[in-house]
Design a protein around this ligand. Structure first.
Ligand SMILES: Nc1ncnc2c1ncn2[C@@H]1O[C@H](COP(=O)(O)OP(=O)(O)O)[C@@H](O)[C@H]1O
Ligand SMILES: [Mg+2]
Length: 268
């Protein structure tokens, strides 16, 4: 579920977890029903962001400001998945992340990090995330229409995020709710977007195998890397113990109750 943004969003929406307005379509709907798809985009109001359902690291993700850009970005996004998500752009926006460690029975949130942005219309691209934002590093499939593209700020992190205690607590509670709703276990990172004007907070996504296992959010809480590893192993062992007590097959001979003559009789 954590790998497929469409499944993830449906489950979160069903559990009243706040997200930016969105919809998804199969890519071929743009070929057969372009006007209907564009009508749904117009309801969200430009700019919108397009995402293939199952990529990561911003691959195939782009912002569109007009129908022309939308159709261009759509063609790019569909190269990566047959399901394409369209979402309202939150701006001006700050990204705030929270790690959660544990399982559905017992889990706790980390401190929060704020991920810096140079400009509200730019995306953290694959380069920013993994290649230090270097101008020379070109990655196919990463694009931010309408923005300058090259020379983005490398990802600046502020830990703990400089927001109020109430906001911190609210985001931590939402992180735990998201983690449990999706049935996660181990260490995850839940990413949020905060609208800087309205201060409204939206869940963006869960990362079930976060970069660096989000260890830097736990050291801040006094959990060393070694202790994090110990806890991950214990969570996995405990899960296995629970699984081994469960019933996955049910021994029965269904055919033993089958009576040929009555079965034939019932057909008549
Ligand atoms: N609705 C949105 N409004 C503004 N920026 C967004 C929105 N959704 C995503 N982004 C930006 O795009 C980046 C990548 O999107 P995300 O959904 O996290 O995909 P990925 O799985 O590639 O990390 C986010 O980190 C954020 O900077
Ligand atoms: Mg992300």
């Amino acid at each position: 579920v954590g790998q497929d943004k469409v499944l993830m969003k449906h489950i979160l929406a069903d559990n009243d977890i706040p997200m930016a307005n969105w919809f998804w379509v199969y890519a071929n709907e743009i070929d057969d029903h372009k006007d209907e798809v564009l009508a749904r985009v117009h309801k969200l109001i430009y700019p919108v962001i397009l995402k293939p359902a199952r990529t990561g690291s911003s691959v195939g993700i782009a912002i569109a400001h007009s129908d022309e850009e939308y159709l261009e970005c759509f063609e790019d996004a569909r190269q990566y998945d047959e399901k394409v998500i369209t979402e309202k752009v939150v701006k001006p926006m700050v990204e705030i992340n929270c790690s959660v460690l544990g399982d559905a029975y017992n889990c706790e949130p980390s401190v929060l990090e704020q991920v810096g942005h140079q400009s509200s219309d730019e995306l953290l691209t694959f380069q920013d995330k993994y290649q230090g934002g270097g101008k020379g590093a070109k990655t196919k499939g990463v694009k931010s229409s309408g923005s300058k593209g090259a020379g983005m700020a490398s990802t600046a992190r502020i830990v703990p995020a400089p927001i109020s205690d109430e906001q911190t607590k609210m985001i931590q509670d939402l992180a735990v709710k998201t983690f449990r709703t999706l049935g996660a276990s181990g260490v995850c990172r839940i990413d949020f977007m905060m609208d800087q004007e309205t201060k409204r907070v939206y869940v963006n996504e869960i990362n079930t195998i976060p970069g660096s296992l989000a260890f830097y959010l736990w050291t801040e809480k006094g959990v060393s890397f070694t202790e994090l590893m110990d806890r991950l192993i214990n969570i996995a062992l405990e899960r296995e113990r629970r699984r081994s007590r469960m019933t996955f097959s049910y021994d029965t001979n269904l055919l033993s109750t089958y009576n040929e003559s009555s079965a034939k009789g019932s057909k008549r």
